[in-house]
Design a protein around this ligand. Structure first.
Ligand SMILES: NCC(=O)N[C@@H](Cc1c[nH]cn1)C(=O)O
Ligand SMILES: [Zn+2]
Ligand SMILES: [Zn+2]
Length: 527
């Protein structure tokens, strides 16, 4: 069985089952919320009390700086850095400048802006520049470990008329929550790291590790160009990196912090159907010509059924079977099914039991239909026949789906379904971008340090979870830098990332800043 991703192919074959055996068959129940003794064995216990006395004033400083930290997030949210909207690309660049200035003001030892050139097709503007990667270093002490911290400064689109209660790009504090696009995904966590640097600086406290920041502006659009950059810089800017930390996901629910050891991948596709030379009057041409939208709906409607079952043959067969051990893991995870309904703002769940919900979010693939470009979508009743429509859908991938095989299955299936229509319109189905899934060992030094940090700040041991979302670069970091990756989330499961009224709780933003800071200190004393 293999993990495979669509780029850096030669490196991305890893024996999935072997990997899991190496974790001593995930030897303890992942739901074991106590810090096991063998984990503490990797920490230099003699330095624990020293860390505690360092963290107390650091936490007090973070509390004192809270208004400044909220202002920093407010400034970041005010820049609509939507990577998926070509017209807003200058704002994504503005956001990279904002970060550069922040890093400069925080006294970075190095700031390097990496130009990624022109965005490859499919794209409307052939000369569209990719946003740069913002790299930065704090410290270069050979006696310290080096942690690469990744985050993204682009956001999902957001319009007031989508149903937001307030302007998405104005941070609003209400009932202990900070509302605004990017507040939790991913500007909150990125600002959290900057806050941590500032608190250390204000206290005159040395950072416990060297830090390398890697901030990208295309994560929400497939991380274009980043795989290649990581490959190029592995032995250069990223040399000596001992570990990677990413805070770009969420707690499973709203009460208990989690550490995340798995992500699904995401392959994003589009179907382009062209017909008449221009949009037409449906009174004149309706019933007389083959309509692109009718063809598209017919094809898209056959991709997935109403219960979330993917109709494309061959995909299910690639999914890793559930082992007895894995089967036992789900029961002990703290997850309230009602929270799913609250987070979705509805009572529309396909599954009602925890195990099925978690399995379908973490370890089974899903296919979602996202939208149709070129279709009439305004209010009113326009009687138009769109001349060209582009349907968008994505598949969340899991072990052991082979990305290239998946693409072929999907595109062949779409072509076959269109052929059955015998339509004279032109048809093209293609991949826009792909990103690999990732599963890690939740018992390594990084997770041990993160457990201690979480316990210190939140007073509770975290659950170990996987996540249904994707962070395309995760597997590349792990393989190219030969480093463990830790996912240490800041926000809650009801934050509404990608949705309307996205928020981060003030408590999560501030205590999250403390957790990220504490993590660096505990990781610094791992053996
Ligand atoms: N916070 C991570 C996140 O939202 N990731 C995106 C990544 C993606 C992949 N293709 C488009 N965006 C996600 O949707 O999971
Ligand atoms: Zn994100
Ligand atoms: Zn996102």
């Amino acid at each position: 069985m293999f993990i495979f991703s669509n780029s850096l192919k030669s490196l991305k074959f890893i024996s999935y089952s072997k990997k899991f055996n190496n974790f001593n068959n995930l030897r303890r129940s992942l739901s074991n919320t106590n810090i096991p003794d063998y984990c503490l064995g990797k920490i230099n216990i003699n330095k624990m009390s020293e860390i505690d006395s360092t963290l107390n004033p650091l936490f007090a400083k973070i509390d004192e700086l809270k208004p400044k930290f909220i202002q920093r997030l407010s400034n970041a949210v005010s820049i609509p850095s939507v990577s998926g909207d070509e017209t807003l690309r200058p704002k994504v660049f503005e956001m990279s400048e904002f970060l550069k200035n922040e890093l400069k003001n925080l006294g970075a030892d190095d700031i390097t802006i990496k130009d990624l050139g022109i965005q490859p097709p499919p794209v409307n503007d052939e000369n569209l520049q990719l946003p740069p990667i913002v790299l930065s270093k704090f410290g270069n002490d050979p006696n310290k470990k080096t942690v690469l911290i990744y985050g993204h400064y682009d956001v999902q689109p957001a319009l007031l008329e989508d149903g937001w209660d307030s302007d998405p790009f104005t941070l609003i504090e209400k009932d202990g929550k900070l509302f605004g696009r990017g507040s939790t995904d991913d500007k909150g966590p990125v600002m959290g790291w900057l806050n941590s640097i500032e608190a250390h600086r204000e206290l005159g406290l040395e950072l416990p590790v060297n830090i390398v920041f890697c901030f990208e502006g295309m994560e929400e659009s497939g991380s274009l160009g980043l795989d290649e950059l990581v490959e190029r810089e592995a032995n250069d800017y990223f040399k000596n990196v001992s570990s990677v930390c990413i805070s770009d996901n969420y707690w499973l629910g709203t009460k208990k912090p989690v550490l995340t050891y798995g992500l699904r991948g995401c392959n994003y596709y589009q179907i382009i159907i062209k017909g008449p030379g221009a949009d037409l009057h449906s009174g004149i041409f309706g019933g007389v010509i083959h309509e692109p939208m009718t063809d598209l709906i017919k094809v898209m409607s056959q991709l997935v059924d109403v219960n979330g079952e993917i109709n494309i043959p061959g995909i299910k067969e690639m999914v890793a079977p559930v082992t007895e051990k894995e089967d036992g893991l789900y029961n002990d995870i703290e997850f309230d099914v009602n929270e799913l309904n609250l987070a979705s703002g509805s009572d529309t769940a396909i599954y009602q039991d925890k195990k099925n919900i978690l399995m379908h979010r973490w370890r089974y693939p899903s296919l979602s239909l996202h939208g149709i470009e070129g279709a009439f979508s305004g209010s009113g009743a326009k009687t138009v026949i769109p001349s060209q429509v582009i349907g968008k859908f994505s598949i969340r991938t899991v072990p052991n789906i082979d990305s290239d095989t998946l693409d072929k299955l999907v595109i062949d299936y779409c072509n076959e379904k269109f052929k059955e229509l015998k339509s004279p319109n032109t048809f093209k189905a293609e991949l826009i971008h792909g990103g690999a899934y990732w599963v890690s060992d939740p018992f390594n030094n990084e997770f041990t340090a993160a457990k201690l940090a979480t316990k210190k700040v939140w007073g509770i041991n975290p659950d170990l979870t996987r996540e249904g979302g994707s962070i395309p670069i995760t597997l590349t970091f792990e393989q190219q830098l030969k480093s463990n990756v830790l996912l240490l989330p800041m926000g809650k499961g009801d934050d509404g990332a990608h949705s309307i009224n996205e928020k981060v709780d003030v408590a999560n933003y501030i205590e999250g800043t403390k957790t990220l800071s504490a993590y660096l200190h505990y990781y610094g004393i791992t053996n």
